[in-house]
Design a protein around this ligand. Structure first.
Ligand SMILES: Cc1ncc(COP(=O)(O)O)c(C=O)c1O
Length: 517
């Protein structure tokens, strides 16, 4: 099977392949029941990465156009309603039979005349969506989660949040049950403004928008600036949740090598030159997924490049509360030309269930963002905003964060020590890292998926590099998150992971050891 791919196009290959396959299925060229080549075969034929084809198959499965049988391969789904089924007597078309099962049979003879409604026809127009792992997969609780970038539930300050909620309702109950302003709860915006000022970021209240988690901030910025695509430059690897958003908005992604000194200057200039890129997505502090923090000089260089080429920067400061005064100031504090959009969240230092994040934007973006925010959700949950405000105003958040910093630092030290003892020398983290994640580089061509699968069999969950690749391919590495597991589980989990790594990388050893939990 050959599909026409335009490699010079800004349209991602995944989208091109999905669209071409969809067209062949819808035109009948690929008939219902036709078997597709395996993802490996098709990837070889098209000279693309296998994960790209796997993702295309997944998109088409989600659209109801393909079906996969375990061990049988991938087939074009039966979408036409030509087969007849017998349901409670009358012979019905397949779609009508489905409707009958949904209750139409109760209407007797009418069911036979019901239209053949197939959601897949509409879903076929959906934009490519990322794979979402269903929560609560079998045995998930029994595993050691080194895959999620969020604190252990014991680190969620339940008592502080309960007190804050009580105080907020006692003080302002009726107001908190009204519609929120799309910009957010004013006392919270004021408290944030004071905080930004302490970080050296001068701001006006009319530059702050409270969002439903910083994930919504990413989406709103993309809606505003990437409505017709465009190019986003970011690190390789970069945060998968942001890449998903940019892809959904059909932006082209350019992933550049990145370390504590920032992007390599020549590739950055090439990517930004000639007005090539609209936006730089950067995570200068405790980068996800590497944990690296950008040096002072690296920050200056990045700002200079953005100024020179007229590119906007989206600075994602996902762990802003963990910053120490001695650390380099955020890019936003150096933003003399108003080119930086600054994004943050309380998910990591408080609790992700609150869904409270913030955007600090140049004034000219404020009104358009409010209009978008209102269009999307009419504003962010007001009681949750009031809780965060109470915690900020009372100093309770600062006390909590003091303890959290110690927790994360003690975990980081344990993880680094355990890696040095247990991992083979070819599997090394990028250093110095801090926050809640580390990135383990592996030799070129390592079978990362096998490492992830074997680790899972041994009871340890890690995340393969692929979701963090802006190029949509695979990366020779994986992310290790050390905030979610119980601290006492870290050393034994890494010992187990070390054995898996030795077994896969050296082809020997003890991956057959019994699971840890
Ligand atoms: C770098 C980064 N940005 C943004 C987010 C989104 O977080 P939330 O939507 O919970 O605020 C995450 C979550 O892991 C993240 O790691």
């Amino acid at each position: 099977m050959q599909l026409p791919l335009d490699r010079s196009s800004e349209r991602p290959l995944r989208e091109q392949i999905t669209a071409a396959l969809r067209e062949r299925i819808e035109s009948g060229e690929l008939a219902a029941g036709a078997r597709l080549p395996s993802s490996r075969e098709l990837a070889d034929r098209l000279h693309v990465n296998r994960t790209t084809v796997v993702d295309c198959f997944q998109d088409l499965r989600a659209a109801g156009l393909l079906e996969t049988g375990v061990g049988r391969g991938t087939f074009v789904a039966e979408r036409g309603a030509t087969r007849t089924l017998r349901v409670r007597g009358p012979a019905l078309k397949r779609g009508a039979a489905k409707a009958a099962r949904n209750g139409a049979a109760a209407r007797g003879g009418d069911a036979a005349a019901a239209p053949d409604f197939v959601w897949a026809r509409w879903l076929a127009h959906a934009r490519p969506l990322p794979r979402v792992h269903a929560p609560g997969a079998a045995g998930a609780e029994a595993r050691i989660p080194l895959s999620r970038a969020v604190g252990h539930p014991d680190l969620f300050p339940v008592d502080r949040i309960t007190d804050a909620l009580d105080r907020a309702f006692a003080h302002d109950g009726q107001r908190l049950l009204d519609y929120p302003s799309p910009a957010g709860f004013e006392p919270l915006r004021d408290a944030l403004r004071a905080r930004f000022q302490r970080q050296g970021v001068a701001t006006d209240r009319n530059e702050i928008v409270i969002v439903n988690g910083s994930q919504q901030g990413l989406d709103l910025v993309a809606r505003l600036l990437l409505a017709d695509g465009g190019t986003v430059v970011t690190s390789r690897p970069s945060f998968s949740g942001a890449l998903d958003v940019f892809r959904w908005h059909r932006a082209a992604l350019v992933g550049l090598p990145y370390d504590t000194e920032g992007f390599e200057p020549a590739p950055l200039d090439r990517a930004l030159g000639g007005g090539g890129a609209r936006l730089i997505y950067a995570i200068p502090d405790r980068h996800n997924p590497t944990g690296l923090t950008l040096s002072e000089a690296g920050r200056e260089r990045l700002m200079a490049a953005a100024r020179l080429h007229g590119a906007a920067i989206l600075e994602d400061d996902w762990l802003a509360e963990l910053s120490d005064p001695g650390e380099p100031a955020p890019l936003k504090a150096r933003d003399t030309t108003d080119q930086v959009i600054y994004l943050g969240t309380f998910s990591k230092v408080l609790a992700p269930g609150l869904r409270i994040g913030w955007l600090l934007v140049p004034k000219v973006l404020f009104e358009p963002l409010l209009a978008l925010k209102k269009t999307c959700d009419n504003g962010t949950n007001l009681p949750a905003q009031a809780v965060v405000h109470e915690l900020l105003a009372s100093g309770s958040l600062d006390e909590h964060v003091k303890g959290l910093r110690k927790q994360f630092e003690s975990r980081r030290a344990r993880v680094d020590a355990a890696i040095d003892v247990h991992f083979p020398k070819e599997a090394r983290p990028r250093r110095p890292h801090s926050g809640m994640v580390a990135w383990i580089d592996l030799p070129r061509g390592s079978d990362v998926n096998r490492i992830v699968a074997e680790a899972s069999r041994a009871g340890v969950e890690i995340t393969a590099g692929a979701p963090f690749d802006p190029a949509g391919g695979a990366l020779d590495g994986f992310r290790l998150s050390y905030a979610t597991a119980a601290e006492s589980d870290l050393e034994p989990a890494l010992a187990r992971l070390g054995r898996v790594l030795k077994s896969v990388l050296h082809g020997a050893g003890a991956a057959t050891a019994p699971p840890l939990v």
